[in-house]
Design a protein. Sequence first.
Length: 260
Amino acid sequence: MPSWTREDHDGVAVLTFRREPSNWMDLVSMGELADHLAALSEQTDTVRVVMLTGGLDGYFIAHADLDDLAKLAKGEPIDGDLSSWFRALTLLDTMPQPTIAAIDGQAWGGGCETSLACTMRIGSERAHLGQPEIVVGIIPGAGGTQRLPRLVGGAIGAELCLTGRIVAAEEALRIGLLNAVLPTDGFRAAAIAWCQQISRHSGPAIFAARQAVVEGLRGPLADGLALEGRLFLEVNASEDAQARNAAVPRGASDLGGVEH
């Protein structure tokens, strides 16, 4: 039985993870996620945003499967492909669509790292995130020591990796680990609606803006500005942009209120 299921909601593809009893992520499940993401990356005509969420109450992805880690330490065989973690997280970071982790509950260790690979993260009031690997004598191994400090700053990132401290929703919002905190009651529907604030816009513009922001931050400002300029010219010349531009009443002062 697959651990990941997909639903589509007006341009938002929702991938839901459910693995009893506590949403531990094993290699087989991560391979399933990578396959879903690879397929979605080719569906830009219909999918503008990809949202990941948990299907067990109180969990996003709890953490990596500890049985897998124990077998790996002993050199024992593990079901699934060891490269699946890297493949899935790389796709979350590089696919055309913005990827959004919708966290309602626990996202520790590999679960937190999966969310860090996404373009953005939103949480419920009971969301809690962290990199507690040091508590069991290891370190994050799927990007936590690299993506977390880049997101929240070196000092806070180091603190969280070195103490293993868990961060609740409001603190996560304050330090930039979460983009928004939504009510726990009705969180899934609210998270989809939050994503639809993006998906209602032009697909080519969404993809270009995501690329400009994410890739631009990886290099010098001059390179980012050059990338932005190139993408602007490409999108501005598209049929979609020309049609939307022609539909805007001249003299309109509130583009945010224009129906798309």
